[in-house]
Design a protein around this ligand. Structure first.
Ligand SMILES: [Zn+2]
Ligand SMILES: [Zn+2]
Length: 121
């Protein structure tokens, strides 16, 4: 093990702990705050605090994306269009302008059964 790998820090105040024996059953007492720290591998101590700090911002981003997709689905309207597969008389539809404006738009029908249909105006 390298010298850096054997460094241990107090989980309470971050003070560098002396006399690490790298023995997980041993306890080290912090010189600064007196907290009892397990004399374990430093990786276990460091990884305890980090994951909670970053994923919270990642989670916030992900929920923003989910809000967007939820609003996208709201733009789907229900049309009086019979599903060719299950016979339902209502299908979700959304119109997309795929080509130039004077050629009209493409309408996508979507049934709750999974059937999809595309119509060009
Ligand atoms: Zn301490
Ligand atoms: Zn259907």
């Amino acid at each position: 093990m390298s010298a850096i790998g054997s460094l241990l820090f107090c989980t309470d105040c971050g003070n560098l702990l002396q006399n690490s024996s790298a023995d997980p059953t041993n306890f080290l007492f912090c010189d600064v705050c007196g907290a009892r720290n397990k004399d374990a591998a430093p990786g276990t101590v460091i990884s305890e605090s980090k994951p909670s700090a970053f994923p919270s911002s990642l989670r916030a981003k992900r929920s923003a994306v989910q809000t967007l997709t939820a609003e996208d689905r709201k733009t789907e309207a229900i049309a009086q269009h019979t599903c060719a597969k299950c016979g339902r008389k209502e299908m979700y539809f959304s119109a997309v302008q795929l080509r130039s404006a004077d050629e009209g738009s493409t309408i996508f029908y979507r049934c709750v059964c999974g059937y999809k249909e595309t119509t060009n105006n």
